[in-house]
Design a protein around this ligand. Structure first.
Ligand code: F0G
Length: 455
C-alpha cells in the first residue's frame, strides 16, 4: 500500500478552542490555556464534524494501512490516527518517539481473582519513556515548537516531566521541570536529568508546583505542557482509538483508569464520545476512575457535592504519581463519567499494594498508581456495577520500573512499617518474594529451591 491518505485529504481535523465553562469558541489560546472570558479550561473541538462527518469505514481502513508504512508518523501509535487530531501543516513537524502501539494483554490470574473472565490490561507503561504521557506529549510538544517556543515547562509527579524532557530534547527545545521535593521516584527524576531538563525540586506538593507554573507561564515565554494543555489530551485520546481497534471496534463493557490530575480520564472519555458520534463504535463503554483514598478529590466531589464544585484534599499516598489533591481537570472528568455512565471509586494503600503484586504475578507489572485499577475493579464487582459476564479493560498507566523502591519495600516487608496499616499488612505476606542472601554454595541454593517448592 503506497498511497496513504493524510489528514488534509480527509480534511476533518481543523480545530478550535472551546471553553468547557461558558462555551466560548476561539482560534487562539492564552499561555495558561484558560478561557479569556470565564477562566475555565479549554478543550479542542472540530467544528466540521457537525456537518461533514468523516467516513468511519474509510478511516478504519486508512489506519490499518498505515501500520505497514515506514513513515515516522505512520509508525507512531498516535499520529497514525492523525485524522482525529489537530492537523499539523506538515507531517515532518511531528516530534515522535514512535509512541503508542502498546499491547493489550489478557490477565488470567487476575480474572480468577476478580471472577471476571474477560479481563484485559492496556499497558501504557510500554511507551518510550515508560508511561501514557508520551501519547499526549508528542502532540503538545509538536505544537509548542510550531508556535515558536524555545522553552517548555511542567509541574509533575514525575512521569509528565520524564516525557516532556524527552520530547523537548528530540524537538530541540529546552525544558523546565517543577517537582515536589522528595515526593517523586528517583527513576522518574533520573529520566528528566538525562534528557537535559532544568529540574527544580520545590518545597511543596504537586498542587503547589502547578499553581506556580500557571503564574510562570503568564510572565515568561515558556509553553505549558501539563494536561491543562488541551493538545496533550488530544494525543491521549489515541489510547481509546488504539484499544478499540484492538477489539476490532466491538467495545468492551468497561474501561477502568487511575485518576490523579484527571487529564487522562477526560481524554479517554472525550475519545469514546467522539468515536460514537463519528460512527466508529456502536456503543460507549463505561469509563470509571479509581483514586487512592488519600488523594480522593474526585470521589468526594461526586459523593459530597454531586460533581458541582471541587472538594480538594491534602493528598497523601505511596502511589506518588497520583498524589494530587486539587485536580485541574475535575470538571472534564465529571462530565465524561456522566457521558459514559461510569463511576468513581477509591482504594486503600493496602488494596493498592495487593493489586500491584497480583498484576506483577501475571509477568506484566506496573507502577503503584496503575494498580488502583485492579483494586477498584474488585470493589466494582462486589458492588455489582461490573458483572462477571462483562468485558473489562484496566489501563496500566506506568511501567513497573518507574518506582522500584515501592516494589522492593513491598517484597522486603518494609512498605507499611511504622504506618497505621502495619498490622493489616500481614495479609500481604503470601504475595511477598523477598530476596535471600546466601553463602555462595550449591547446597545453599538447592536448599532454597526445595524450600520454595514446598511453599
Ligand atoms: N498513572 C500514572 C503512572 C501517572 O503518572 C499519572 C499522572 C496518573 C496515573 C494519573 O493521570 O493525572 O491524567 O489523572 N501523573 C502526572 C505526572 C500528574 O505529573 O506525571 P491523570
Amino acid at each position: 500500500m503506497s498511497s496513504i491518505s493524510t489528514s488534509r485529504d480527509l480534511g476533518v481535523s481543523d480545530f478550535r478552542f472551546h471553553c468547557i465553562g461558558c462555551g466560548d469558541l476561539g482560534d487562539h489560546a492564552s499561555q495558561d490555556f484558560r478561557c479569556s472570558q470565564c477562566g475555565d479550561l479549554l478543550e479542542i473541538t472540530y467544528p466540521r464534524w457537525k456537518d461533514v462527518k468523516p467516513d468511519a469505514a474509510k478511516l478504519k481502513a486508512v489506519w490499518r494501512e498505515r501500520k505497514v508504512s515506514a513513515k515516522a508518523t505512520d509508525q507512531s501509535g498516535v499520529w497514525r490516527f492523525r485524522d482525529l487530531l489537530p492537523a499539523l501543516k506538515r507531517e515532518e513537524d511531528a516530534i515522535t518517539l514512535r509512541e503508542g502501539n502498546t499491547p493489550l494483554y489478557e490477565l488470567p490470574l487476575c480474572s480468577r481473582i476478580t471472577g471476571v473472565p474477560r479481563l484485559f490490561a492496556k499497558h501504557q507503561g510500554l511507551n518510550p519513556t515508560g508511561s501514557f504521557k508520551d501519547t499526549g506529549m508528542t502532540v503538545a510538544a509538536s505544537f509548542a515548537r510550531l508556535a515558536g517556543f524555545r522553552w517548555v515547562a511542567c509541574a509533575s509527579t514525575g512521569n509528565t516531566s520524564a516525557s516532556m524532557a524527552a520530547y523537548a530534547a528530540r524537538g530541540g527545545m529546552r525544558s523546565l521541570v517543577l517537582v515536589p521535593e522528595g515526593k517523586i521516584s528517583w527513576s522518574k527524576l533520573s529520566q528528566a536529568l538525562d534528557y537535559g531538563a532544568v529540574t527544580c525540586q520545590l518545597k511543596t506538593d504537586f498542587d503547589g508546583c502547578l499553581r506556580l507554573l500557571q503564574q510562570l507561564v503568564l510572565q515568561a515565554p515558556v509553553y505549558q505542557l501539563n494536561s491543562i494543555n488541551p493538545f496533550r489530551l488530544e494525543g491521549q485520546k489515541t489510547l481509546a482509538l488504539e484499544l478499540l481497534e484492538q477489539f476490532d471496534w466491538d467495545p468492551p463493557d468497561h474501561i477502568i483508569v487511575p485518576g490523579g490530575n484527571l487529564g487522562n480520564s477526560s481524554a479517554i472519555g472525550k475519545a469514546l464520545v467522539e468515536m460514537h458520534h463519528l460512527g466508529l463504535i456502536p456503543r460507549i463503554p463505561k469509563l470509571s476512575v479509581i483514586q487512592a483514598e488519600g488523594a480522593n478529590a474526585l470521589f468526594r466531589t461526586l459523593r459530597e457535592a454531586s460533581g458541582k464544585r471541587l472538594i480538594s484534599v491534602v493528598a497523601e499516598t505511596r502511589a506518588t504519581a497520583i498524589r494530587i489533591g486539587n485536580p485541574a481537570s475535575w470538571k472534564k472528568a465529571a462530565h465524561v463519567l456522566e457521558a459514559t455512565s461510569g463511576v468513581c471509586e477509591q482504594v486503600s494503600e493496602i488494596e493498592i499494594a495487593h493489586a500491584k503484586a497480583e498484576i506483577g504475578a501475571e509477568g506484566i507489572g506496573c507502577e503503584p498508581a496503575s494498580a488502583v485499577t485492579l483494586a477498584g475493579l474488585k470493589k466494582l464487582v462486589k458492588q455489582g456495577f461490573v458483572k462477571a459476564h462483562e468485558s473489562v479493560v484496566l489501563v496500566l498507566t506506568g511501567n513497573l520500573l518507574k518506582d522500584p523502591n515501592f516494589t522492593i519495600d513491598f517484597h522486603r516487608g518494609d512498605l507499611f512499617k511504622g504506618t497505621r496499616d502495619e498490622s493489616a499488612a500481614s495479609e500481604l505476606n503470601a504475595l511477598r518474594h523477598p530476596p535471600v542472601v546466601l553463602d555462595a554454595t550449591l547446597d545453599a541454593v538447592i536448599g532454597t529451591l526445595e524450600q520454595a517448592e514446598k511453599s
